[in-house]
Design a protein around this ligand. Sequence first.
Ligand code: NDP
Ligand code: TDO
Length: 301
Amino acid sequence: MSSLAQNGGPILVTGGKGQLATSLVNLGGPRIRCVGRPDFDFDKPATLAATLDAIKPVAVVNAAAWTAVDLAESEQDGAARANATGPEELARLCAQRDIPLIHVSTDYVFSGDKGAPYVETDPVSPDTVYGRTKAEGESKALAANPKTIVLRTAWVYSAHGKNFVRTMLNAGAKNPVLKVVGDQKGNPTSSDDLAKAILSILAVLEKDGWKDSFAGIYHACGTGETTWHGLAVAALQDAATHGQAMPEVTAIRTEDWPTPAKRPADSRMDNSKLTRVFGVTMPNWQDSVRKTVHQIFAQTA
Ligand SMILES: NC(=O)C1=CN([C@@H]2O[C@H](COP(=O)(O)OP(=O)(O)OC[C@H]3O[C@@H](n4cnc5c(N)ncnc54)[C@H](OP(=O)(O)O)[C@@H]3O)[C@@H](O)[C@H]2O)C=CC1
Ligand SMILES: Cc1cn([C@H]2C[C@H](O)[C@@H](COP(=O)(O)OP(=O)(O)O[C@H]3O[C@@H](C)C(=O)[C@@H](O)[C@H]3O)O2)c(=O)[nH]c1=O
């Protein structure tokens, strides 16, 4: 039985004011202890052990990462520290203390040429520095701590922080026409939904104690699929119900929106292992976009 089941101690969340960390703080109650830079910084490895020793958590959720996909192409060392070697060290320190680690990863570990939703046993095939460093982080964390759960998610948005939905609402408020790629498919995921899934997993660990069969990779993204164009249209249509003018949203091809990092054409993922092992079902992406847009307008009202 793990220390998680033995006491109701703190749950350490890394990632400061990031999207997922904020959702976990908002939804997780008083046991969540969230840390960010400069107190917890993968670029300053001594801050990792110091944080664990100060907080003495019963479980750790690593929601800190280098998420600037294009910038990672030219800043490989920083991306590798935040996404690969930093999480490896965090996992090693958790193992020393017998603490379960939930480490969050991404659909961009896949190249996107499978033509069907990816399952956890599919080999990784990243085409970007971000995806490659995240894939390394997954395997390093799993190797360094036998009590590691890797949760791969995708296209995360929320009412706070930097994300595609907020970018589209801002752009749509200023421009009569938007151009958005319509040939990249994926599963938009609300950071609140992901936080709830993580809290449900933690509740299972709390109730049942750690089981070796829990270790490994799980996919956890919004149910249903769309393109970036579909996501933009859905968010802007929801914004229109709050009185924002609906722009024209033109679907373009990937080559018409050149970027330093080559995004996957189809990074859809299958969540069934998450449901089978932990009983967690992820909500439909359109329902969650509607809720998030509502939250955004409620904040600005
Ligand atoms: N956003 C998305 O669309 C997706 C995200 N994910 C994964 O989900 C997880 C959470 O992402 P999300 O909440 O959106 O990310 P955000 O970009 O919103 O937040 C990331 C946080 O990580 C912190 N951070 C960055 N570099 C370091 C570092 N070297 N040391 C310590 N902290 C650092 C940032 O700190 P600071 O504010 O100081 O920069 C920020 O607080 C990540 O693992 C990400 O890879 C997976 C799929 C999609
Ligand atoms: C802003 C914008 C983007 N795009 C395109 C570019 C790109 O192909 C796609 C998505 O754009 P972004 O750069 O906002 O999203 P991106 O940073 O690629 O998002 C990714 O972030 C990381 C952290 C992940 O882990 C992924 O799951 C995914 O969410 O939309 C347009 O076509 N029009 C636009 O106006």
